[in-house]
Design a protein. Sequence first.
Length: 85
Amino acid sequence: MTLMAMKNPIARKRIGRFKEVRRAYLSLWIIVVLYGISLFSEFICSNNPIYVRFKGRSYFPAVRFYPEDTFVQNGRKTRTDYKAL
């Protein structure tokens, strides 16, 4: 909340009344948490895996691009098909 809203007695009264309605206050926090999770949805549900362990080495494709040559040594610098590995 802004400092201005806390100084205003009418706004304080309205906020207090809103907090008294527990269902509304709980719903507000549920919406805030779901919105926070949705900010990371592209990271969670992307086509690239977050972490890959291949031949004893760790790779993080969600953070860095690894060409296909890194895993199969075929000379191609194309996108890796992680499901085929």
